[in-house]
Design a protein around this ligand. Sequence first.
Ligand code: ADP
Length: 274
Amino acid sequence: SPHIGASAQTGASPHIDTEASAPAIEFKDVEKRFGKTTVLENLNFTVAPGERVTLIGPSGSGKTTILRLVMTLEELTGGYIFIDGRPLTFEDRDGKRVELPKKTTRAMTTRIGMVFQQFNLFPNMTVIENIIEAPIHVLGKSKDEAVADAKSLLERVGLSEKADEHPTRLSGGQQQRVAIARALAMSPEILLLDEVTSALDPELVGDVLAVLRDIAETTDITMLLVTHEMQFAREVSDRVMMFDGGLVLEEGPPDLIFNDPSHERTRSFLSSVL
Ligand code: ADP
């Protein structure tokens, strides 16, 4: 079966590491302001290695900002994010908060993959060129190896016959599956998924979710996702976190949050999206 990277154990059922190892992701007293607007304040949570956590909540509650902070697409204005126990952009030194060099940050985010609502493929490259670009230039893979790996990934997402097409010739759902293959080509330890089906026509959503379900079932990749597909969230999540106004209103296993939420705000949010 196709190989999707060192951290992926193909065929093995996913498990949560119960050893006392560092969390895959830790937010500690995270604050994010845009100018005078505070979007996140005193945010604390951890994601265990191999865990699948879904962020839900009304628009504007800070979910996308959380993913973008992990990917270092936004700068922290307070607190710390740790990846595998190591500070991502700031650390404490001599009692001071010190910014880490960009080089350190880049090395840490190499194994974090992100798929966006808008697929963000390189339009001037073919499908396979999109997938091999970072493995060659960032991981230093040979072209032959990168192409062989990309072909297995395209098979995995059901797009073997599209390798030499340009993205603009593909449907939105196909483009999104290429974007997923491109993220997997970097053998991510962490996959961030930001409303990856929201921009798709309804009939194209199913194929994309099927690919993600397959990845969830056959790998140990840690996943942090934002989605309005509640059935999908229920199937793949170990834990669901309900956000409201930049705070975690409640969290728990999907059955609990979806069937028996504690907060009226969660109930009204769920009835608006289900
Ligand atoms: P969600 O994903 O839950 O819809 P976001 O994280 O996208 O929420 O946004 C949270 C808040 O941060 C919103 O009020 C949004 O307007 C604001 N915000 C996000 N990005 C920026 C930005 N680059 N500049 C100013 N405000 C922003």
